[in-house]
Design a protein around this ligand. Structure first.
Ligand SMILES: [Zn+2]
Length: 414
């Protein structure tokens, strides 16, 4: 840590005031917020962010993907930019901390560095990425910035094409603009994010700061178990081609497989759709929505083939046909080892306990992995709650996280 800056701290009271104000935008009355992408509340939060940026004397910028940024030119004019950010959108009836804490902390870091008139080797940018939560597309803003936004994802967004078109219109954005929001790779020095853990590991271990080593990869499939519709009363049990049996047997077996052979992975069957879907008809077709996550590429591939083999086996066992539809994948994203070391050094210097953690949830850093060095820290979530109004992190932990964030940014930019 550079001696002259090592005693620098964020202004905790100012950051709290910003956080409280932001939490009032889209507040649901039960401690949570609803700021789904391009909703009125989301646009109001962005307007507030812009005003905060301007009143702090920082430069405001919005790109073609609607990412909102505060720029601090604290380095040479041609120096690359170190991005600090998160997201202001939320899931419906989400919590106050998810994303918001990271944006508020990033802005506070810039304010602190600006008012201390510190000159660095890099320029700094606090960024609010568009649609991290995937109301419409998922990691939309960060993918666009990284040049990884698939035009197909805009044509067939998971939130529905009509919703995307209307939302873009409300936000004054266009498809062409989104696809042109790519930043030159050499303009980015790195990306850092402070986020709540959304799990119980650091709280359980009594650890102040989680240093993320990898964001897990995620893959999804639709599996169709195809049997034959028959009279549910007059068809003998042994004569049935019951798609429901195959789909259910697979779901139970997938859990067993992961718990026994892939202890670091998770699998989820989030939806099963039965057709024709009646009390008195043997199910002819069941569509299964399958998603699984792994931290390592090798393990990911092995889990994939094991699950597909299992689905085929269970289909065969019940005399069914199986149709496998691949829906998409994100590879596991490794955090920069250098940035992890910097975070650990900074935590030790500040007297904060820290540990390496795998992020089971997706984050914008995934979009930037491989483009520039990325790093993430987690602060403890009380009871692991997230995506719910009871989401909570002690303010002291938020401030600790912001100070680690500040010191790490200084160290990486010096
Ligand atoms: Zn988040």
């Amino acid at each position: 840590m550079t001696e002259s800056y090592s005693t620098l701290r964020v202004n905790a009271d100012r950051m709290l005031a910003s956080f409280i104000h932001l939490a009032s935008i889209g507040a649901t009355g039960d401690g949570g917020v609803s700021r789904v992408t391009f909703s009125e509340a989301h646009l109001a939060a962005r307007k507030w962010f812009r005003a905060e940026i301007e009143s702090a004397g920082l430069e405001f910028r919005m790109d073609g993907a609607g990412n909102h940024s505060a720029l601090l030119s604290c380095g040479p004019a041609d120096a690359p930019t170190l991005l600090l950010g998160s997201h202001l959108d939320s899931v419906p009836n989400g919590g106050r901390f998810d994303g918001a804490l990271g944006v508020v902390a990033a802005l506070e870091v810039l304010k602190t560095i600006k008012e201390n008139r510190i000159r660095l080797k890099l320029n700094l940018e606090a960024i609010d990425f568009t649609d991290e939560e995937g109301t419409l597309v998922g990691l939309l803003g960060s993918a666009a910035l990284a040049g990884r936004l698939d035009p197909e994802a805009l044509k067939n967004p998971r939130g529905g094409r009509q919703n995307l078109v209307e939302g873009m219109k409300r936000a004054g954005l266009s498809e062409e603009g989104m696809l042109k929001a790519t930043r030159p790779k050499n303009s980015l020095a790195g990306y850092l994010e402070l986020h709540i853990e959304q799990g119980k590991r650091s709280e359980r271990a009594g650890i102040d700061i989680g240093i993320v080593s990898v964001i897990v990869g995620i893959r999804s499939y639709r599996l169709s178990f195809i049997g034959r519709a028959d009279h549910a009363g007059s068809t003998l049990m042994e004569d049935r081609l019951d798609a429901g049996q195959g789909a259910s047997a697979f779901t139970l077996a997938a859990r067993e497989i992961v718990m026994r052979d892939f202890p670091n992975c998770v699998v989820n069957v989030g939806k099963m759709e039965f057709s024709p879907g009646a009390f008195n008809i043997v199910p002819a077709l069941v569509d299964v929505s399958l998603e699984f996550r792994a931290a390592g590429e090798e393990e990911f591939t092995r889990l994939d083939s094991t699950l597909m083999k299992c689905a085929e086996q269970e289909a065969r066992r019940f005399g069914l046909e199986l149709k496998i539809e691949f829906l998409g994948t994100h590879s596991p994203s490794l955090m920069s080892v250098n940035v992890q070391n910097v975070f650990a050094d900074v935590c030790n210097g500040l007297g904060l306990t820290n540990t390496s953690l795998v992020s089971g949830a997706g984050h914008d850093g995934q979009s930037l992995a491989g483009i520039c060095p990325i790093g993430m820290i987690f602060v403890p979530s009380v009871d692991g709650a997230s995506h719910a109004p009871r989401e909570f992190t002690k303010w002291e932990d938020c401030v600790n996280g912001a100070n680690v964030f500040l010191q790490a940014a200084l160290q990486l930019a010096t």
